[in-house]
Write a new protein. Sequence first.
Length: 436
Amino acid sequence: MLMESFVVEGPTPLQGEISVSGAKNSMSKILTASMLTAEPCHFQNVPAIGDTEITKEICCAVGAEFSQVEERKVRVQTAEIKAAEVPESLAKKNRLSVMMLAPLLHRHGCAVVPAAGGDRIGPRPVDFHLDGYQRMGAKVENRKDVYYLEADRLQGTEINLPYPSVTATENLLMASTLAMGRTVIRNAAIEPEVVDLALFLQKMGAIIDYQADRTFIVEGVSQLSGADHVIMPDRLVVASLGAAAIASRGDVFVKGARQADMLTFLNALRRAGGCFEIQQDGIRFFYEGTLKSVAIETTVHPGFMTDWQPPFTVLLTQADGMSVVHETVFQDRFVYVSQLQKMGADIQTYDSCMGTSSCRFANSGYRHSAVVRGPSKLRGADIDIPDLRAGFTYLIAAILAEGRSVIRGVEELDRGYEAIDKSLCSLGASISRQSV
Ligand code: EPU
């Protein structure tokens, strides 16, 4: 198979205006949730990215029918669940197959879902999801890394998540909407993408409350109906573009960016000397003067999110002094650092906790803290993309770097960023896509 690469010539400051797409991590769960009803659902602001295509393939494999109404507008209807099994070949493409459990169990009584496995940012288990389903009365078996679940009707219950996992919360929210009685999910994730899903489920007829102490309370209903929804803007893409604009000493207006989703990111940016201006229809990110070193620690919402960490770290390579980054959500999220070192970044990773307190990964041997010394002059290099957010980080680094960089494995970037090469070129970057 041909591999695609980006050839980037730097350095170039990014300048201009760009629109943010719909959120990948909201779209995939909401499209899946539409399968809880036999009625049609309509969606706007569906991003034109690889993960949308993978989500559609997975949903279609069990009976959903999609039609593209117009650009970024999609109609979905699952009149009938035709199969209870997610094919293994699709389950490997992303981590979404486990989200099919709720529609399959509620409408088919059983579900067969292959394990997605770990990825390059950590092991990514689904034990919280499966424990939750078991507590709701499903029979759960794991045979050779394929999960078999059965339930006549899921029952409301109390679930205490060991950690506020985003997809486990979303999965169990979907499950509880049609369960018999009341489900209480404590220590739940409250990321804006989770709330976007809850809003869509409410439009479908679900009764979902949530409390300030990370608790969702769901009163099960007997059926859900079709609904329409506009997918929220992708706050991960906003942060990636904001970091790129400032690190490249540019000035970019991100149309559609919402301040409310970006509060913690904007605070960190301001502490680091990065400038932004909130406008009615978006956020302008711009460079003015020197960048300063800061300490950041990733955590669950409303904290500094883990997906913002790689692009922010490359921004810190341009800041004066020593910055410290403590990653507490995924144990192996600094895999991208070795290639940035190759480009001249001064970043060292450590297995100790370099934050306000120790995290789940203390004494685990995982290098989950980093010290970044800047400013560094980056130089072009040949690099391979290990995961989506790291891929964008390399693009920023290549845009800042002196000379030519070749970034391989851009299919990973296409999963989460809409035509990113064209978008960045429209802001002045020099990027060409090549097949090798
Ligand atoms: N965890 C478990 N057991 C579980 C579930 C999670 O131990 O059953 C642990 C994970 O290993 C991790 C922590 O809980 O250490 C948090 O993981 P979480 O479940 O919250 O992550 P996720 O739901 O798998 C989503 C996004 C990620 C984003 C994280 C954190 C999707 C499809 N993915 O992952 O996005 O980083 O939440 O906000 O929604 C990306 O878009 O590139 C991406 C990785």
